[in-house]
Design a protein around this ligand. Structure first.
Ligand code: TRH
Length: 365
């Protein structure tokens, strides 16, 4: 592996936290693998809690998006070996124009796509994408599709993740963050958008020993709104924003995790606890098939499939909060899925491989 390569990662924050969450996680892993990384982002504000020490991290520069079009910045910029366009964001034209004018060979240019379990992903992963117009006409990008199976780009997995998890003091975390949890109760984390079935979940928790943790933002607002009309309310508490490692600890500490989007789904898998995924809704309901593809890959039992369909508002019906036996079955399903993932090459290893091979290799892993 050519250490010390320079990577430019471009990230535009559409909404929520996943775009930046995934890009920051990748940035740290590249740095830990001996690379130098410049992360160009149009809204880095969430790093204040997601990565409070981002500005002090060696080997990483967080750069404002506008600087990528600033002549003075470009004039003094060491050329990168690799460009990563995250989630289909377009690299500013001025940046590309400067590169074309100032370098003899193109960098490795990678289009990092959204995570999906769809069957077509292995066919698309690694395909070249010739640039047909604009200042870089004639250069070539390559698609990089993260995924859950062989032949895809894999998933992000830090080298020290297992070690951190094994060292985690679960009982102490639960005592510190959920002292209200009664003996025999289940601790539930709720990282969601606005699930239609949330009022039913809260209603079914009333009178139980269970306790719900609501991270800030849309989850907290959804709980406050749902419980506003309830005569009796369940045991719940709000959590403050935490950094990405703190988010992992929440998933490790809970008996059932509700996750959303992309990055927290992957973290829920690695956490190995039962979870329900609130997939990012797409206008044309394309997320319905995407969710089914994921449940097929997980070989999810019918109870878990139904829970996902009701939680995502795909199936109109009564939400059923899983009992201990059902949680056991869901947990075994996650364990089996993780066992498959652990024998596959992780995303970082494959990305470094692709960057080394480019520009004319279709990565065959
Ligand atoms: O925030 P999200 O819904 O992001 C989504 C998805 O990425 C989706 O694919 C994309 O299309 C959409 O944004 C635009 O969910 P996700 O992907 O789980 O990202 C959340 C990140 O926030 C994750 O890295 C964990 C992090 N996080 C913390 O680090 N600390 C916290 O306290 C919380 C609540 C989140």
């Amino acid at each position: 592996m050519r250490t010390g390569q320079i990577w430019d990662i471009f990230c535009t924050v559409i909404d929520n936290h996943g775009d930046l969450g995934v890009c920051w996680r990748l940035t740290r892993q590249l740095r830990d693998a001996g690379q130098r990384v410049r992360l160009w982002v149009d809204d880095a504000s969430a790093l204040a809690w997601m990565a409070p020490n981002a500005a002090q991290e060696a080997g990483i520069e967080v750069k404002a998006w506008a600087q990528a079009s600033d002549a003075a910045t470009l004039a003094n910029l060491l050329p990168a070996d690799v460009w990563v366009e995250a989630f289909g964001c377009e690299i500013p034209e001025a940046f590309v124009t400067h590169a074309v004018a100032s370098r003899s060979q193109q960098p490795a240019w990678i289009n990092l796509e959204y995570l999906s379990a769809d069957a077509w992903v292995p066919r698309m992963h690694g395909l070249p994408s010739p640039v047909m117009s604009g200042p870089a006409k004639g250069w070539t990008k390559h698609f990089f599709y993260p995924g859950f199976t062989q032949g895809t780009g894999g998933l992000l997995h830090e080298a020290d993740l297992l070690e951190r998890h094994q060292a985690f003091e679960r009982a102490a975390w639960r005592q510190r963050h959920a002292p209200q949890l009664q003996p025999g109760g289940r601790l539930i984390s709720l990282f969601c958008y606005e699930p239609a079935a949330l009022p039913q979940l809260l209603q079914q928790m009333v009178g139980t020993q269970d306790h719900l943790l609501a991270p800030p933002g849309r989850p907290l607002a959804a709980v406050q709104q749902a419980q506003a009309g309830m005569a009796q309310t369940p045991s719940w508490s709000a959590l403050p924003y935490t950094d990405q490692n703190g988010f992992d600890e929440m998933l490790w500490a809970c008996d059932l995790n509700f996750v959303r989007g992309e990055d927290s789904l992957v973290r829920a898998l690695w956490a190995g606890q039962p979870f329900v995924w609130h997939i990012y809704p797409q206008d044309d309901n394309a997320h319905h098939a995407k969710l089914e593809a994921f449940l097929d890959w997980m070989l999810a039992p019918e109870s878990l499939r139904r829970a996902h369909r009701v939680w995502n508002g795909i199936e109109k019906g009564t939400w059923t909060t899983p009992d201990t036996e059902t949680l056991q079955i869901w947990g075994e399903c996650v364990d089996r899925a993780c066992a498959h993932l652990r024998v596959q090459q992780d995303l970082l290893t494959q990305l470094l491989h692709m960057a080394r091979e480019e520009p004319d290799a279709k990565t065959t892993v």
